[in-house]
Design a binder for this molecule. Structure first.
Ligand code: ARG
Ligand code: ZN
Length: 865
């Protein structure tokens, strides 16, 4: 439970940063662990930082001191709110505290909590203060010694950061273990786990020849599902040595999977703790998407050992220093494992689905924010994914050699310290020999820049002119924006001869407007711009449907080729929505050409022929009309299905009999199979549902099974009712003991495009397997439903009321997870007056709840502003 807020919560500002008054070079922790009562003794060696006479102030959250000693003697102390304050006379002291906490009542899943019979911790950002009194800020770096005592039968495994140093048996069936972490670290990287766990073990030999013991810890029955994660870990360790020259530094590296977790995973030093959905994978229960996500998250957390742990953040405003850079690193890693082109398309699709709407809405904030009420609300797509794009742009501007020199400089210079985004950029400038003064606006200005590109050609004199204009939209608190540095890769093709007229070049657009002249343009040029998505911006061009179709068939940059097709589809759908009708022929022809191009990778084809999502279409429009968007998109899907039915069927047949193999080729085949099945069903072909049901039943892997289930779950036709109901039922019973797969069952139904989805979701919220206490389950049903544009925005407002009811209930258990689900309601400005009023009314109702958390208060009130 959370306490009612007595006073208005305080805003934390970046400009107010001051160094810590006291440092804590060493800490000894002693845990007497039990779910119903855990006693925590802490001995902090503290050192005054600079000349001042301020007291020692230790953060706490819900803690009551049972004892406080200074240098071995009872000491005077006072509470200031939740913090413990002690006046200290000297320069160094040993401060001991003792508190008691109740892990089994911790529903927020921050601090020490209970999950699936095990005890585990989550401290980032400010969870350590729920375990013990401490200066809970990332610029206080401490060496930890941790002793844990627990019941041996119930918790045979005791893990913490660093290396194990001693263990033994105690009285009354208890045992203990002690771990030391030699690397000074901020308290947000502290972790412990006590549980009945088994390990999938391996060793890794580092570049300098040290042997590291690797262990992935799960319930015994889940061990067979850990090979993929273990393999990904080894690949990540080798990759970071090869690509960034970064070697692992401890003798052990452990990962523990837990079922109840607020986000993806956590990079605690030497003891990563993961949401089990990012560890467990086998062909029967995990899709290709899940396999990829497991590898990406394992890599991400591992890479944090350098970008995050060895070099950490000075304060939480610098969060993107570690997250943006580490996302960039994990994206590069994944690109190296398979198709870099498809990976780039997926990353951009993710950015557009999550970050662009955030940047264009009430919660927009810079990559380096200036203030927050609750830091948990800033673990956003902007910090992570836009932050990664900012790093990528610097890598593009510097080129690979200088970028590597710059990261070497950064790691060397700041190893063992708490750094800032500014420190990182300064290294880029120094090693890259570039001036990034104006580029720094990417850290301080929110909002997605918009570029207008107009190409004019004078046929007679062989000249062409490209006019580029940029603007950055106003965002909350930032009405006026300065022009930014936009690295745009571009190229000109000749429409008649299908050749390259002007080779690819990198243009740095730095002014509000610039004009570039090209010579020797002897035929009508077609512009390929923002190739590889070199800048995270929105580009408007004056390209015709014919130009876009040309690029979708000819561009040699796979991303630009995909993008041309998407733009053609988007232009067509926006015209259909706003003008009531549109010519489908260019899209059908372009898709037909893509399908029949033998040179293309099937995984790429599958991405290219998918229509933009309902939400992305909505994002192009001043006012979103969910039902019309849905109907127009379905109409185009149906026509694509019908017009190209033979191609979809032969494509489907060509991959139908494949056996499961997790490889780029295997993944590509399954991807195209699901897409083809979707189009065959969209065409209305009478055998569509049977084909889907047959795929559902005969699948030897979850990708095919869930793909078929999704097709059936979306089927509007009464004729498919039998197959749809049967497949959902079979799926449920087959996987009723597997929480991660049940999440898919809830999510598939919550995302259904059927007209009765809202009713179905309301029933599912009363299903015995539904619970708000498990974040994965809450997100699978409520989170998924809230991004189902058609169902959530049902005109009567019932979707809004349902989600608001759930958020109010969830906030009482887990404010952090509840607050993450606010943004769909906060998009009210983009909807017509009646819907907007209903959405606002629900936000007002949430805000009026007594005892609303700080997390929700911040998100909801910003959404109403
Ligand atoms: N550092 C973790 C990661 O990205 C995530 C921590 C999220 N913390 C939070 N309070 N939301 O790898
Ligand atoms: Zn991270």
């Amino acid at each position: 439970m959370i306490d009612a807020l007595a006073t208005k919560p305080a805003i934390t500002r970046r400009a107010d940063y001051t160094p810590p008054d006291w440092l804590v070079p060493d800490l000894a922790l002693d845990f007497d662990l039990a779910p119903e009562r855990t006693r925590v003794r802490a001995a902090l060696s503290v050192a005054r930082n600079g000349a001042h006479d301020r007291p020692l102030r230790l953060d706490g959250d819900g803690l009551t001191p049972l004892a406080v000693r200074v240098d071995g003697a009872e000491a005077r102390w006072r509470m200031d709110g939740a913090a413990l304050v002690i006046d200290l006379p000297g320069e160094t002291h040993v401060v001991e505290t003792e508190v008691q906490i109740v892990p089994e009542r911790n529903t927020q899943l921050m601090g020490l909590y209970h999950s699936g019979g095990n005890l585990c911790t989550q401290c980032e950002a400010e969870g350590f203060r729920r375990i013990t009194f401490f200066p809970d800020r990332p610029d206080v770096l401490t060496r930890y010694r941790v002793k844990m005592t627990a019941d041996k039968a119930r918790y045979p495994v005791l893990l913490a950061n660093g290396d194990p140093v001693a263990s033994g048996d105690g009285e009354g069936g208890r045992h203990w273990a002690e771990w030391h972490d030699p690397f000074p670290k901020p308290c947000y990287l502290f972790a412990l786990v006590a549980g009945d766990l088994a390990a999938n073990r391996a060793t890794f030999t580092t570049a300098s020849g040290r042997t590291v013991q690797l262990g992935i810890w799960v319930r015994e029955k889940d061990l067979p599902k850990t090979d993929h994660a273990l393999h990904a870990l080894k690949l990540s360790m080798a990759w970071d040595e090869r690509v960034y020259g970064r070697e692992y530094d401890l003798d052990v590296f452990n990962i523990v999977a837990v079922d109840d977790f607020n986000f993806g995973a956590m990079e605690n030093k030497g003891l990563n703790i993961f949401n089990s959905r990012y560890i467990l994978a086998d062909p029967d229960t995990a899709t290709d998407y899940d396999y990829d996500a497991v590898a990406a998250v394992v890599a991400h957390e591992y890479f944090h050992n350098w970008s995050g742990n060895r070099v950490t953040c000075r304060d939480w405003f610098q969060l993107s220093l570690k997250e943006g850079f580490t996302v960039y690193r994990d994206q590069q890693f994944s690109a190296d494992q398979g198709s870099a082109a498809v990976k780039r398309i997926e990353d951009v699709r993710g950015l557009r689905a999550a970050q662009f709407p955030e940047d264009g809405g009430p919660l927009a904030h810079p990559v380096r924010p200036d203030e927050y009420l609750e830091i948990s609300n800033f673990y956003t797509a902007t910090i992570y994914n836009k932050g990664a794009e900012v790093i990528r742009m610097m890598a593009t501007i510097l080129g690979p050699q200088k970028f590597r020199a710059a990261t070497d400089l950064y790691f060397d210079r700041f190893d063992g310290t708490a750094a800032t985004c500014e420190d990182f950029v300064a290294c880029m400038e120094e090693a890259g020999g570039v001036d990034l003064t104006q580029f720094r606006l990417w850290y301080s200005q929110a909002g997605t820049p918009r570029v207008t590109a107009t190409l004019d050609h004078q046929a007679g004199d062989g000249r062409a002119h490209l006019t580029l204009r940029q603007s950055v939209p106003p965002t909350p608190g930032q009405p006026d924006k300065a022009p930014m540095v936009l690295p745009l890769k571009l190229k000109l093709f000749g429409a008649e001869t299908d050749t390259s007229l002007i080779e690819e070049r990198l243009v740095l657009l730095e002014e509000a407007e610039t004009r570039i002249a090209f010579e020797g343009v002897t035929e009508r040029p077609v512009l390929s711009i923002n190739r590889g998505f070199s800048a995270p911006v929105i580009v408007d061009t004056n390209r015709s449907a014919a130009d876009l179709a040309f690029l979708s068939a000819q561009d040699d940059d796979p991303f630009a080729r995909y993008e041309a097709m998407q733009q053609l589809m988007l232009d067509t759908l926006v015209a259909a929505v706003t003008q009531g009708r549109a010519d489908h022929a260019p899209v059908i022809e372009a898709v037909a050409n893509t399908l029949s191009d033998p040179a293309l990778d099937p995984a790429f084809v599958a991405e290219a022929v998918l229509l933009p999502s309902d939400s992305f279409i909505g994002d192009q429009l001043a006012l979103v009309d969910p039902e019309t968007i849905f109907q127009k998109r379905e109409a185009l899907r149906r026509e694509l299905g019908r017009a190209l039915e033979d191609q979809w069927r032969s494509l489907y047949e060509s991959v139908r009999a494949n056996r499961f193999e997790y490889s780029p080729a295997g993944k590509g085949a399954r991807r195209i199979k699901s897409v083809a099945l979707g189009y065959i069903n969209a065409s209305g072909a009478s055998d569509g549902p049977d084909l889907a049901f047959a795929q559902f039943e005969s699948a030897d892997n979850m990708t095919d099974r869930q793909g078929a289930l999704t097709t059936l779950a979306n089927s509007p036709s009464d004729a498919a009712n039998g197959q749809r109901v049967a497949a959902l039922d079979i799926f449920y019973h087959r996987y009723s003991d597997n929480g991660l797969v049940l999440d898919k069952w809830f999510q598939t139904q919550a995302l259904s495009t059927r007209a009765d989805t809202l009713d179905a979701v309301q029933d599912l919220a009363r299903h015995p397997d539904f619970t708000l206490a498990n974040p994965n389950r809450a997100r699978a049903l409520i989170g998924a439903f809230a991004v189902n544009q058609r169902a959530f925005h049902a005109p009567d407002g019932r979707g809004y009321r349902f989600v608001a009811d759930q958020l109010i209930a969830l906030d009482k258990l887990n404010p952090q997870t509840a607050a993450k689900l606010v943004p769909p309601l906060g998009r009210w400005r983009r909807f017509e007056a009646d819907r907007a009023a209903k959405m606002r009314a629900e936000l007002e109702r949430i805000l009026a709840q007594p005892g609303l958390s700080k997390d929700m208060t911040e998100q909801v009130s910003k959404s109403l502003d």
